[in-house]
Design a protein around this ligand. Structure first.
Ligand SMILES: Cc1ncc(COP(=O)(O)O)c(C=O)c1O
Length: 436
Protein backbone atom coordinates (compact mmCIF):
# COMPACT_ATOMS: atom_id res chain seq x y z
CA UNK A 1 0.00 0.00 0.00
CA UNK A 2 2.77 2.41 0.99
CA UNK A 3 4.67 1.54 -2.17
CA UNK A 4 1.52 2.02 -4.23
CA UNK A 5 1.07 5.50 -2.81
CA UNK A 6 4.68 6.27 -3.59
CA UNK A 7 4.31 5.03 -7.17
CA UNK A 8 1.21 7.15 -7.56
CA UNK A 9 3.00 10.25 -6.32
CA UNK A 10 5.91 9.62 -8.67
CA UNK A 11 3.58 9.10 -11.63
CA UNK A 12 1.77 12.32 -10.77
CA UNK A 13 5.12 14.06 -10.53
CA UNK A 14 5.94 12.97 -14.06
CA UNK A 15 2.52 14.13 -15.21
CA UNK A 16 3.04 17.50 -13.54
CA UNK A 17 6.34 17.87 -15.34
CA UNK A 18 4.84 17.01 -18.72
CA UNK A 19 1.87 19.33 -18.20
CA UNK A 20 4.15 22.19 -17.28
CA UNK A 21 6.39 21.50 -20.29
CA UNK A 22 3.40 21.34 -22.62
CA UNK A 23 2.27 24.74 -21.36
CA UNK A 24 5.61 26.37 -22.18
CA UNK A 25 5.66 28.73 -25.15
CA UNK A 26 8.05 28.12 -28.02
CA UNK A 27 10.88 30.53 -28.75
CA UNK A 28 9.74 34.00 -29.75
CA UNK A 29 12.66 36.19 -30.91
CA UNK A 30 13.03 39.30 -28.81
CA UNK A 31 10.47 38.07 -26.29
CA UNK A 32 11.77 34.76 -24.92
CA UNK A 33 14.84 35.38 -22.76
CA UNK A 34 17.99 33.61 -23.97
CA UNK A 35 19.86 32.94 -20.77
CA UNK A 36 23.64 32.80 -20.66
CA UNK A 37 23.41 29.70 -18.48
CA UNK A 38 20.92 27.57 -16.66
CA UNK A 39 19.96 24.07 -15.61
CA UNK A 40 18.22 21.72 -18.02
CA UNK A 41 15.93 19.60 -15.89
CA UNK A 42 13.66 16.89 -17.23
CA UNK A 43 10.96 14.70 -15.71
CA UNK A 44 13.50 12.15 -14.47
CA UNK A 45 15.26 14.90 -12.52
CA UNK A 46 12.03 16.10 -10.95
CA UNK A 47 11.03 12.54 -10.06
CA UNK A 48 14.45 11.72 -8.60
CA UNK A 49 14.18 14.73 -6.28
CA UNK A 50 10.66 13.86 -5.16
CA UNK A 51 11.53 10.21 -4.58
CA UNK A 52 14.47 11.11 -2.37
CA UNK A 53 12.34 13.59 -0.45
CA UNK A 54 9.59 10.99 0.03
CA UNK A 55 12.14 8.67 1.59
CA UNK A 56 13.31 11.61 3.74
CA UNK A 57 16.95 10.90 2.94
CA UNK A 58 17.89 14.35 4.05
CA UNK A 59 21.58 14.08 4.95
CA UNK A 60 24.57 12.73 3.04
CA UNK A 61 24.28 8.97 2.58
CA UNK A 62 23.91 6.22 -0.01
CA UNK A 63 23.02 8.49 -2.94
CA UNK A 64 26.02 10.73 -2.26
CA UNK A 65 28.34 7.72 -2.12
CA UNK A 66 26.91 6.31 -5.32
CA UNK A 67 27.31 9.64 -7.11
CA UNK A 68 30.92 9.89 -5.91
CA UNK A 69 31.70 6.42 -7.27
CA UNK A 70 30.06 7.02 -10.64
CA UNK A 71 31.41 10.53 -11.10
CA UNK A 72 34.99 9.47 -10.29
CA UNK A 73 34.59 6.76 -12.93
CA UNK A 74 33.13 9.20 -15.48
CA UNK A 75 36.11 11.52 -15.07
CA UNK A 76 38.65 8.70 -14.78
CA UNK A 77 40.15 9.13 -11.31
CA UNK A 78 40.01 6.94 -8.24
CA UNK A 79 38.19 9.20 -5.80
CA UNK A 80 35.54 11.91 -5.79
CA UNK A 81 34.21 13.66 -2.70
CA UNK A 82 31.04 15.68 -2.87
CA UNK A 83 30.94 19.15 -1.33
CA UNK A 84 28.25 21.77 -0.97
CA UNK A 85 29.71 23.98 -3.75
CA UNK A 86 32.55 24.35 -6.22
CA UNK A 87 33.96 27.07 -3.97
CA UNK A 88 33.95 24.61 -1.04
CA UNK A 89 35.74 22.10 -3.27
CA UNK A 90 38.48 24.66 -3.98
CA UNK A 91 38.69 25.51 -0.27
CA UNK A 92 39.05 21.84 0.63
CA UNK A 93 41.68 21.19 -2.03
CA UNK A 94 43.84 24.03 -0.71
CA UNK A 95 43.20 23.26 2.97
CA UNK A 96 44.13 19.63 2.51
CA UNK A 97 47.45 20.51 0.85
CA UNK A 98 48.45 21.98 4.20
CA UNK A 99 47.82 18.74 6.09
CA UNK A 100 50.61 17.71 8.47
CA UNK A 101 50.97 14.20 7.03
CA UNK A 102 52.26 15.72 3.77
CA UNK A 103 55.41 16.60 5.74
CA UNK A 104 57.86 18.78 3.85
CA UNK A 105 55.56 18.87 0.83
CA UNK A 106 52.75 20.58 2.71
CA UNK A 107 51.77 24.15 1.84
CA UNK A 108 52.57 26.69 4.53
CA UNK A 109 51.66 30.34 5.00
CA UNK A 110 53.91 32.53 2.85
CA UNK A 111 54.33 29.92 0.09
CA UNK A 112 53.61 31.16 -3.43
CA UNK A 113 50.94 29.63 -5.65
CA UNK A 114 50.81 30.62 -9.32
CA UNK A 115 47.37 31.46 -10.67
CA UNK A 116 45.75 33.70 -13.27
CA UNK A 117 44.51 37.22 -12.66
CA UNK A 118 41.42 36.94 -14.88
CA UNK A 119 39.41 34.36 -13.04
CA UNK A 120 36.63 33.44 -10.66
CA UNK A 121 37.27 34.73 -7.12
CA UNK A 122 36.88 31.44 -5.28
CA UNK A 123 39.64 29.83 -7.32
CA UNK A 124 41.98 32.28 -5.61
CA UNK A 125 40.29 33.02 -2.28
CA UNK A 126 41.31 29.77 -0.53
CA UNK A 127 44.93 30.72 -1.14
CA UNK A 128 44.49 34.05 0.63
CA UNK A 129 42.41 32.40 3.34
CA UNK A 130 45.34 30.06 4.09
CA UNK A 131 48.02 32.76 4.13
CA UNK A 132 49.40 31.60 0.78
CA UNK A 133 50.55 34.22 -1.71
CA UNK A 134 48.80 34.15 -5.10
CA UNK A 135 51.16 35.02 -7.94
CA UNK A 136 49.07 36.41 -10.77
CA UNK A 137 50.02 35.85 -14.39
CA UNK A 138 48.29 37.10 -17.51
CA UNK A 139 46.26 35.08 -20.03
CA UNK A 140 45.94 35.09 -23.80
CA UNK A 141 42.97 36.65 -25.50
CA UNK A 142 40.96 34.14 -27.57
CA UNK A 143 41.80 31.13 -25.33
CA UNK A 144 41.52 33.13 -22.06
CA UNK A 145 44.11 30.80 -20.55
CA UNK A 146 47.70 31.30 -19.55
CA UNK A 147 50.75 29.64 -21.08
CA UNK A 148 53.65 27.52 -19.88
CA UNK A 149 56.18 30.32 -20.44
CA UNK A 150 54.23 32.71 -18.20
CA UNK A 151 54.16 30.08 -15.45
CA UNK A 152 57.89 29.42 -15.84
CA UNK A 153 58.61 33.14 -15.63
CA UNK A 154 56.64 33.37 -12.36
CA UNK A 155 58.60 30.60 -10.58
CA UNK A 156 60.68 31.48 -7.53
CA UNK A 157 62.16 29.30 -4.77
CA UNK A 158 58.95 30.04 -2.83
CA UNK A 159 56.65 28.57 -5.50
CA UNK A 160 54.90 25.48 -4.17
CA UNK A 161 51.81 25.03 -6.36
CA UNK A 162 49.84 26.05 -9.43
CA UNK A 163 46.09 26.42 -9.15
CA UNK A 164 43.81 27.73 -11.88
CA UNK A 165 40.69 27.06 -13.90
CA UNK A 166 40.18 25.73 -17.40
CA UNK A 167 38.62 29.03 -18.41
CA UNK A 168 35.07 28.86 -19.73
CA UNK A 169 35.49 25.16 -20.50
CA UNK A 170 38.65 25.69 -22.55
CA UNK A 171 41.60 23.69 -21.17
CA UNK A 172 44.79 25.48 -20.23
CA UNK A 173 47.91 23.66 -21.52
CA UNK A 174 47.55 21.24 -18.66
CA UNK A 175 49.83 18.41 -19.82
CA UNK A 176 52.83 20.76 -20.07
CA UNK A 177 51.99 22.52 -16.81
CA UNK A 178 51.49 19.19 -15.00
CA UNK A 179 54.89 18.07 -16.28
CA UNK A 180 56.49 21.29 -15.01
CA UNK A 181 54.83 20.73 -11.62
CA UNK A 182 56.15 17.16 -11.45
CA UNK A 183 59.67 18.30 -12.40
CA UNK A 184 59.64 21.03 -9.75
CA UNK A 185 57.81 19.15 -7.00
CA UNK A 186 54.83 21.54 -7.13
CA UNK A 187 51.21 20.66 -6.47
CA UNK A 188 48.73 21.26 -9.30
CA UNK A 189 45.06 21.95 -8.60
CA UNK A 190 42.82 22.07 -11.68
CA UNK A 191 39.67 24.09 -11.15
CA UNK A 192 37.55 22.09 -13.56
CA UNK A 193 34.29 23.74 -12.50
CA UNK A 194 33.53 25.02 -16.00
CA UNK A 195 35.09 22.27 -18.09
CA UNK A 196 33.68 18.85 -17.20
CA UNK A 197 34.71 16.31 -19.87
CA UNK A 198 36.91 18.71 -21.83
CA UNK A 199 40.01 16.96 -23.11
CA UNK A 200 43.61 18.02 -23.60
CA UNK A 201 45.78 15.84 -25.85
CA UNK A 202 42.99 13.29 -25.71
CA UNK A 203 42.91 13.10 -21.90
CA UNK A 204 40.05 14.39 -19.77
CA UNK A 205 40.74 17.57 -17.80
CA UNK A 206 40.62 17.12 -14.06
CA UNK A 207 42.84 14.02 -14.28
CA UNK A 208 46.22 15.80 -14.62
CA UNK A 209 46.51 17.58 -11.29
CA UNK A 210 46.85 16.40 -7.71
CA UNK A 211 43.29 17.60 -7.25
CA UNK A 212 40.56 18.83 -9.52
CA UNK A 213 37.34 20.52 -8.52
CA UNK A 214 33.85 20.72 -10.02
CA UNK A 215 30.78 22.88 -9.37
CA UNK A 216 27.21 21.62 -9.62
CA UNK A 217 25.58 25.05 -9.42
CA UNK A 218 22.81 25.33 -12.08
CA UNK A 219 25.03 27.23 -14.53
CA UNK A 220 27.39 24.27 -14.80
CA UNK A 221 27.52 21.15 -16.96
CA UNK A 222 25.68 19.07 -14.33
CA UNK A 223 23.60 20.43 -11.52
CA UNK A 224 22.53 19.49 -8.02
CA UNK A 225 21.15 22.95 -7.32
CA UNK A 226 24.12 23.69 -5.12
CA UNK A 227 27.04 21.32 -4.94
CA UNK A 228 30.59 20.55 -5.89
CA UNK A 229 33.22 17.86 -5.88
CA UNK A 230 36.92 17.32 -5.23
CA UNK A 231 38.55 14.61 -7.31
CA UNK A 232 41.92 12.96 -7.01
CA UNK A 233 43.74 9.86 -8.11
CA UNK A 234 45.76 9.81 -4.88
CA UNK A 235 44.33 7.69 -2.08
CA UNK A 236 46.45 9.64 0.40
CA UNK A 237 45.01 13.00 -0.70
CA UNK A 238 41.49 11.54 -0.88
CA UNK A 239 41.70 10.46 2.73
CA UNK A 240 42.80 13.96 3.82
CA UNK A 241 40.01 15.63 1.82
CA UNK A 242 37.40 13.31 3.29
CA UNK A 243 38.56 14.02 6.81
CA UNK A 244 38.67 17.78 6.28
CA UNK A 245 35.27 17.82 4.62
CA UNK A 246 33.80 15.80 7.50
CA UNK A 247 34.74 17.98 10.51
CA UNK A 248 38.41 16.91 10.43
CA UNK A 249 37.64 13.55 11.97
CA UNK A 250 40.13 10.71 11.94
CA UNK A 251 37.42 8.07 11.62
CA UNK A 252 36.24 6.97 8.17
CA UNK A 253 32.92 5.34 9.10
CA UNK A 254 30.07 6.40 6.83
CA UNK A 255 27.38 8.54 8.44
CA UNK A 256 25.32 6.37 10.75
CA UNK A 257 27.94 3.61 10.66
CA UNK A 258 29.97 2.57 13.72
CA UNK A 259 33.25 0.75 14.09
CA UNK A 260 34.13 0.11 10.42
CA UNK A 261 37.78 -0.17 11.46
CA UNK A 262 36.87 -2.68 14.21
CA UNK A 263 39.07 -0.66 16.57
CA UNK A 264 36.67 2.09 17.56
CA UNK A 265 37.79 2.13 21.20
CA UNK A 266 41.38 1.07 20.68
CA UNK A 267 43.13 4.19 19.41
CA UNK A 268 45.54 6.47 21.20
CA UNK A 269 46.14 9.64 19.21
CA UNK A 270 47.32 13.12 20.22
CA UNK A 271 47.22 13.56 23.98
CA UNK A 272 43.90 11.76 24.29
CA UNK A 273 43.47 8.81 26.65
CA UNK A 274 43.77 5.34 25.12
CA UNK A 275 40.41 4.15 23.80
CA UNK A 276 38.91 7.58 23.23
CA UNK A 277 36.01 7.03 20.78
CA UNK A 278 37.53 7.15 17.26
CA UNK A 279 34.38 8.86 16.04
CA UNK A 280 35.45 11.90 18.04
CA UNK A 281 39.14 11.96 17.30
CA UNK A 282 40.05 14.88 15.03
CA UNK A 283 43.28 14.67 13.07
CA UNK A 284 42.68 17.79 10.94
CA UNK A 285 41.34 21.27 11.54
CA UNK A 286 38.33 20.59 9.35
CA UNK A 287 34.97 21.83 8.19
CA UNK A 288 31.61 20.33 7.41
CA UNK A 289 31.23 20.87 3.66
CA UNK A 290 29.10 17.84 2.84
CA UNK A 291 26.14 17.76 0.50
CA UNK A 292 22.80 15.97 0.93
CA UNK A 293 21.29 12.85 -0.64
CA UNK A 294 18.55 14.99 -2.13
CA UNK A 295 21.17 16.94 -4.05
CA UNK A 296 23.01 13.74 -4.94
CA UNK A 297 19.81 12.17 -6.29
CA UNK A 298 19.50 15.05 -8.73
CA UNK A 299 23.18 14.67 -9.57
CA UNK A 300 22.72 10.96 -10.32
CA UNK A 301 19.84 11.70 -12.65
CA UNK A 302 21.78 14.50 -14.38
CA UNK A 303 24.88 12.33 -14.74
CA UNK A 304 23.07 9.97 -17.12
CA UNK A 305 22.77 12.93 -19.55
CA UNK A 306 26.26 14.38 -19.29
CA UNK A 307 27.44 13.26 -22.75
CA UNK A 308 24.42 14.89 -24.41
CA UNK A 309 24.89 18.07 -22.39
CA UNK A 310 28.52 18.38 -23.44
CA UNK A 311 27.65 17.65 -27.10
CA UNK A 312 24.99 20.36 -27.07
CA UNK A 313 27.44 22.89 -25.59
CA UNK A 314 29.98 22.06 -28.29
CA UNK A 315 27.38 22.23 -31.05
CA UNK A 316 26.08 25.59 -29.85
CA UNK A 317 29.56 27.05 -29.54
CA UNK A 318 30.47 25.91 -33.05
CA UNK A 319 27.30 27.41 -34.56
CA UNK A 320 28.07 30.74 -32.89
CA UNK A 321 31.69 30.58 -33.99
CA UNK A 322 30.77 29.97 -37.62
CA UNK A 323 27.92 32.49 -37.58
CA UNK A 324 30.06 35.28 -36.14
CA UNK A 325 33.18 34.65 -38.18
CA UNK A 326 34.39 37.86 -39.80
CA UNK A 327 32.02 40.21 -37.94
CA UNK A 328 33.92 43.51 -37.53
CA UNK A 329 34.91 44.63 -34.07
CA UNK A 330 34.89 41.16 -32.46
CA UNK A 331 37.78 39.01 -31.26
CA UNK A 332 36.33 35.50 -31.34
CA UNK A 333 37.33 32.67 -28.99
CA UNK A 334 39.55 29.73 -29.93
CA UNK A 335 40.14 26.30 -28.43
CA UNK A 336 43.57 25.91 -26.84
CA UNK A 337 45.70 23.96 -29.38
CA UNK A 338 45.47 20.21 -28.68
CA UNK A 339 42.22 20.50 -26.76
CA UNK A 340 38.57 19.63 -27.22
CA UNK A 341 36.85 22.08 -24.86
CA UNK A 342 33.62 21.40 -23.00
CA UNK A 343 32.37 24.96 -23.40
CA UNK A 344 30.80 26.94 -20.58
CA UNK A 345 30.04 30.01 -22.69
CA UNK A 346 30.99 31.86 -25.85
CA UNK A 347 33.46 34.62 -25.04
CA UNK A 348 33.70 37.76 -27.16
CA UNK A 349 36.24 40.57 -26.74
CA UNK A 350 35.67 43.82 -28.60
CA UNK A 351 38.61 45.16 -30.58
CA UNK A 352 40.07 48.47 -29.45
CA UNK A 353 38.84 50.15 -32.64
CA UNK A 354 35.42 48.44 -32.70
CA UNK A 355 33.69 51.82 -32.72
CA UNK A 356 31.39 50.85 -29.85
CA UNK A 357 31.72 50.02 -26.18
CA UNK A 358 30.89 46.77 -24.42
CA UNK A 359 28.16 48.48 -22.46
CA UNK A 360 26.41 49.54 -25.69
CA UNK A 361 26.55 46.06 -27.15
CA UNK A 362 25.42 44.38 -23.95
CA UNK A 363 22.53 46.87 -23.62
CA UNK A 364 21.49 46.22 -27.23
CA UNK A 365 21.55 42.45 -26.69
CA UNK A 366 19.59 42.86 -23.48
CA UNK A 367 16.95 44.89 -25.36
CA UNK A 368 16.53 41.72 -27.46
CA UNK A 369 16.37 39.54 -24.35
CA UNK A 370 19.79 38.04 -25.06
CA UNK A 371 21.53 37.62 -21.69
CA UNK A 372 25.23 38.30 -21.27
CA UNK A 373 27.80 37.84 -18.51
CA UNK A 374 31.27 39.21 -17.92
CA UNK A 375 34.30 36.95 -17.73
CA UNK A 376 33.74 36.61 -14.00
CA UNK A 377 35.82 39.03 -11.94
CA UNK A 378 37.98 40.30 -14.81
CA UNK A 379 41.40 41.24 -13.44
CA UNK A 380 40.87 40.17 -9.86
CA UNK A 381 43.31 42.66 -8.35
CA UNK A 382 41.11 45.53 -9.56
CA UNK A 383 38.24 44.22 -7.42
CA UNK A 384 37.60 46.00 -4.10
CA UNK A 385 37.92 42.77 -2.11
CA UNK A 386 41.61 42.42 -2.94
CA UNK A 387 42.71 45.95 -2.11
CA UNK A 388 44.54 44.81 1.02
CA UNK A 389 45.37 41.27 -0.11
CA UNK A 390 48.97 40.09 -0.13
CA UNK A 391 49.87 38.87 -3.63
CA UNK A 392 52.53 39.19 -6.31
CA UNK A 393 52.14 39.96 -10.01
CA UNK A 394 54.44 38.31 -12.54
CA UNK A 395 54.78 40.23 -15.82
CA UNK A 396 52.13 42.57 -17.18
CA UNK A 397 48.40 41.93 -16.84
CA UNK A 398 47.55 43.65 -20.12
CA UNK A 399 45.10 41.07 -21.41
CA UNK A 400 43.47 40.66 -18.00
CA UNK A 401 42.79 44.41 -18.12
CA UNK A 402 41.40 44.14 -21.65
CA UNK A 403 39.10 41.35 -20.42
CA UNK A 404 37.95 43.60 -17.58
CA UNK A 405 37.04 46.33 -20.04
CA UNK A 406 36.06 44.75 -23.34
CA UNK A 407 35.02 41.12 -22.81
CA UNK A 408 31.64 39.45 -22.25
CA UNK A 409 30.07 36.08 -22.97
CA UNK A 410 26.82 34.63 -24.19
CA UNK A 411 25.19 31.28 -23.58
CA UNK A 412 25.87 27.86 -25.10
CA UNK A 413 24.24 25.71 -22.40
CA UNK A 414 21.94 22.92 -23.62
CA UNK A 415 18.80 25.04 -23.09
CA UNK A 416 19.94 27.26 -25.99
CA UNK A 417 18.51 26.04 -29.31
CA UNK A 418 19.81 26.46 -32.86
CA UNK A 419 17.01 28.97 -33.46
CA UNK A 420 18.21 31.03 -30.51
CA UNK A 421 21.79 30.87 -31.72
CA UNK A 422 20.76 32.15 -35.14
CA UNK A 423 18.90 35.02 -33.51
CA UNK A 424 21.95 35.86 -31.37
CA UNK A 425 24.20 35.82 -34.47
CA UNK A 426 21.78 37.98 -36.43
CA UNK A 427 21.49 40.49 -33.57
CA UNK A 428 25.23 40.77 -32.95
CA UNK A 429 25.90 41.19 -36.68
CA UNK A 430 23.22 43.82 -37.00
CA UNK A 431 24.65 45.82 -34.10
CA UNK A 432 28.30 45.48 -35.11
CA UNK A 433 27.76 46.29 -38.77
CA UNK A 434 25.56 49.27 -37.98
CA UNK A 435 28.14 50.68 -35.56
CA UNK A 436 31.42 49.74 -37.27
C1 LIG B 1 35.92 28.52 -12.44
C2 LIG B 1 35.00 28.48 -11.26
N1 LIG B 1 35.46 28.04 -10.08
C3 LIG B 1 34.66 27.97 -9.00
C4 LIG B 1 33.35 28.33 -9.06
C5 LIG B 1 32.51 28.25 -7.81
O1 LIG B 1 31.50 27.29 -7.88
P1 LIG B 1 30.23 27.41 -6.89
O2 LIG B 1 29.36 28.49 -7.43
O3 LIG B 1 29.59 26.06 -6.96
O4 LIG B 1 30.75 27.74 -5.54
C6 LIG B 1 32.82 28.80 -10.25
C7 LIG B 1 31.40 29.21 -10.31
O5 LIG B 1 30.82 29.51 -11.31
C8 LIG B 1 33.66 28.87 -11.39
O6 LIG B 1 33.20 29.31 -12.57
Amino acid sequence: MVDEVKQLILEQTRKLHRDRAAGEQGFVPGVTPILPSGAVLDEDDRTALVEQALEMRIASGAAALRFERLFARAIGVRKAHLTNSGSAANLLAVASLGAPELGERRLRAGDEVITVAASFPTTVNPLLQHGLVPVFVDVDLRTYNTTLDRIEAALTPKTRAVMMAHTMGNPFPVAEIAQLCRDRGLFLVEDNCDAVLATYQGRVTGTFGDYSTVSFYPAHHLTMGEGGCVLTDSLELARIVESMRDWGRDCWCEPGQDNKCLKRFEYQLGDLPYGYDHKYIFSHVGYNLKTTDIQAALGLSQLTKIADFVDARRRNWQRLREGLDGVPGLILPEATPGSDPSWFGFVITLTEDAGFHRREMVDFLQSRKIGTRLLFAGNLIRQPAYRDAVYRVSGELTNSDIITERTFWIGVYPGVTAEMIDYMVESIKEFAQRRA
